[in-house]
Design a protein around this ligand. Structure first.
Ligand SMILES: [Zn+2]
Length: 361
């Protein structure tokens, strides 16, 4: 996550700034009628899911969703990741951290966590523009304010003090140790994409010699506009998770896929201002997603389908974007739609959006 995007990784509703008005985010206030209708539909849709036994225990909802009630929040839950058998060295690192926490030795638990994350970084992918430099444990910053599901942040405000030491721009949740090592590698890879993005911005800032040169914070603003960050900038980072997906636990796959699809939907909806070079296009990612889907097993295909519909509900795009996404990722959309238990929910949603079968199938 970049700092403005940092909390956009799902579940967005865990953001402190939106928790006070659950489900009533920017997508609802002043929303077009279709979205308000969709919110009402959401109540019925959620009840259908409750009846069909599809409501898991832990609950979160992206604040951007036009659907707002508690039942829908349950429907849109991020499943708790089921423990999988990790590599033994990772398992022993995790046990050591747990043991330290259990005996109240927070500093030792943090030290062991930094060790583990630094070691996992050897398996991360460094994008173009980011010199490969493995972190020492001391380079790893932990921030307990970052929620378990937010994973990590890249903070551009830390760049001026350490322009070449990008590990100082990154902060990780201590909870990362609870997941798989592959997830840590995927999270680091995601953040390194943001490092590449901010490195490019920092270079243009440094090259700006104009007399009225703004502060770094001011200079950053156009790059941090919400739609841009939520769309192509995040998509460029999220798409890297496909390379790690088959090593993630099922619950981690769900979180990763929701990240890919939510940013994909936002990118399809994104209209860049004239002259802006987008970080990545939906078409480029769409073909990667479809290729991955074609080679995936049944369980992963099912998760991809469900995550795509979840993301459409969460982002709540305009009808044209909704249709475009369904058409462009049709095999994935159909895999989700094939689940008879949730199809009535999707049908209600489509009806609320005024989308008929021939629009996308
Ligand atoms: Zn990100």
């Amino acid at each position: 996550m970049s700092e403005s995007a940092d909390r956009l990784r799902m579940p967005a509703s865990r953001r402190a700034d939106t928790r006070s008005v659950p489900g009533v985010g920017a997508a609802v206030e002043g929303a077009p009628k279709a979205q308000r209708d969709q919110q009402r539909i959401g109540n019925q849709a959620a009840q259908l899911l409750v009846r069909s036994g599809h409501v898991p225990a832990e609950v979160v909802l992206g604040h951007r969703s036009a659907l707002g009630n508690q039942a829908v929040q349950r429907l849109l839950q991020v499943q708790r990741q089921s423990p999988v058998a990790p590599a033994s060295s990772w398992a022993s690192r995790r046990s050591a951290v747990r043991a330290a926490r259990a005996r109240g030795d927070g500093p030792e638990a943090d030290r062991l966590t930094r060790d583990a994350i630094a070691a996992a970084a050897t398996g991360a992918t460094y994008p173009a523009g980011v010199p490969r430099r493995l972190p020492t444990p001391g380079d790893i910053r932990l921030d307990p304010k970052i929620t378990a599901d937010a994973h990590a942040q890249t903070r551009p405000k830390d760049i001026p003090a350490h322009p070449t030491d990008y590990w100082r721009w990154l902060s990780f949740t201590p909870e990362l140790i609870s997941g798989t090592e592959a997830q840590v590698q995927s999270v680091i890879t995601h953040e390194l994409v943001h490092v590449a993005q901010f490195t490019a911005i920092w270079k243009s800032f440094e090259q700006d010699t104009s007399p009225g040169k703004p502060s770094w914070e001011e200079f950053l603003k156009p790059y941090q506009l919400r739609k841009r960050v939520e769309g192509p900038e995040e998509l460029q980072a999220h798409v890297t998770s496909l390379d790690f997906l088959n090593r993630l636990a099922p619950g981690e796959q769900v979180i990763a896929l929701r990240g890919v699809f939510s940013s994909y939907v936002s990118t399809v909806a994104y209209v860049p201002p004239a002259g802006e070079a987008v970080a990545i296009t939906a078409a480029e990612v769409g073909s990667k997603v479809l290729a991955y889907f074609a080679g995936a097993g049944g369980a992963v295909r099912q998760r991809m389908g469900a995550a795509l519909w979840w993301s459409l509900i969460d982002v709540g795009p305009a009808r044209a974007t909704f249709i475009a996404v369904l058409r462009e990722l049709r095999p994935v959309a159909l895999a989700g739609y094939a689940d008879p238990a949730v199809r009535p929910v999707y049908d209600e949603l489509l009806q609320a959006e005024g989308i008929v079968q021939k629009d996308w199938r």
